[in-house]
Design a protein around this ligand. Structure first.
Ligand code: MTE
Ligand code: MO
Length: 299
């Protein structure tokens, strides 16, 4: 079951520093000390909390441009109300839903997660959202469904990026059904108790905290329950560099850079570096999903 890890103290207020030791205990010392062969972290290190400015000003959302500032600059033009989401494939209740109808009475809650980009930077983000498994229960997953596939909107009028073949649009991602059902996997509709800004994936985006950031697909317009492993944009564009699983793993380097550490966005000009943790610090909760799998093969 979900157990709270990071707290509000890790993300607010501006300019306050927290002790690494506190983070370690917050993440659950078991995942670090529990014999996974990870290096012990220095206890006197500090970690910078993140601010609204960093989380909404330093983004990856290639539909709005490839620069980290492009989404904040361009995504405001995207109209997110009304927003329709197609649900199809192996479900009891397929259809084109208005987002509010799809979410219905599922309550939102706060989830504070470390978010680790494959580019070796991270932030601690206070999402508001709900477990994806609640939405899947509502649409009714049928026997035979093994994966969940997601697609982002393609809006050429407001998304400058989709007019260029930077990626194979629409942006697509997928999870194995057990990953999608895991209580850590959420659909986020808010940030810092505010509606999620467009640059962060309004009106609804996935957040899978133990995987590299690119799995957390933004501005979702389609959810499909399928039998076969679905296309995933980065995996498809460069399968040698980006695997389907994309689990954060400090022991498996990207072909062009190390994944053993990460730069904490906002912690000074060049960013403090911290050690990357197996499954991004969520090993206690998710390692069992991959029992018996070679994580070097299935990266
Ligand atoms: N549709 C879409 N979703 C996306 C991306 C994107 O380019 N397009 N970038 C991904 C990457 S690489 C990261 S690191 C996260 C960034 O999320 P954030 O900007 O909210 O921190 O979004 C992911 N989801
Ligand atoms: Mo990323």
């Amino acid at each position: 079951m979900f157990k709270p890890d990071l707290t509000r103290a890790d993300v607010t207020p501006e300019g306050v520093w927290m002790n690494r030791r506190k983070l370690i205990s917050a993440l659950g010392a078991g995942s670090i000390a529990g014999g996974l062969g990870l290096p012990a972290l220095a206890q006197d290190e500090e970690l910078t909390p993140h601010t609204w400015e960093q989380i909404t000003g330093y983004n990856n959302f290639y539909e709005f441009g490839t620069g980290k500032g492009d989404p904040a600059e361009n995504a405001g033009a995207m109209e997110t109300q009304p927003w329709s989401v197609k649900v199809d494939g192996l479900v009891d209740n397929p259809g084109d839903y208005q987002l509010a109808d799809l979410i219905g009475d599922i309550p939102t809650e706060e989830r504070i997660y470390r978010f680790r980009c494959v580019e070796a930077w991270s932030m601690v983000i206070p999402w508001n959202g709900f477990e994806l498994n609640k939405l899947l229960a509502k649409v009714g997953v049928q026997e035979g469904a093994k994966y969940v596939a997601f697609e982002t909107a393609v809006l050429p009028d407001v998304m400058p990026g989709v007019n260029y073949p930077i990626l194979d649009w629409p942006y697509r991602e997928g999870l194995r059904l057990d990953e999608a059902m895991h209580p850590l996997t959420i659909m986020a509709t808010g940030l810092y108790d505010k509606p999620i800004p467009n640059q962060n994936g309004a009106p609804m985006r996935l957040v899978v905290p133990w995987k590299y950031g690119f799995k957390s697909i933004k501005s979702i317009v389609r959810i499909s329950l399928v039998e076969e492993e679905p296309h995933a944009t980065w995996n498809q564009s460069n399968p040698r560099e980006y695997g389907f699983y994309s689990n954060v793993n400090p022991e498996v380097d990207h072909p062009r850079w190390s994944q053993a550490s990460e730069r904490v966005i906002g912690s000074g000009l060049f960013g403090k570096r911290i050690d990357t943790l197996m499954f991004n610090g969520y090993a206690d909760q998710v390692a069992s999903l991959y029992e018996g799998m070679d994580l070097r093969e299935n990266f």
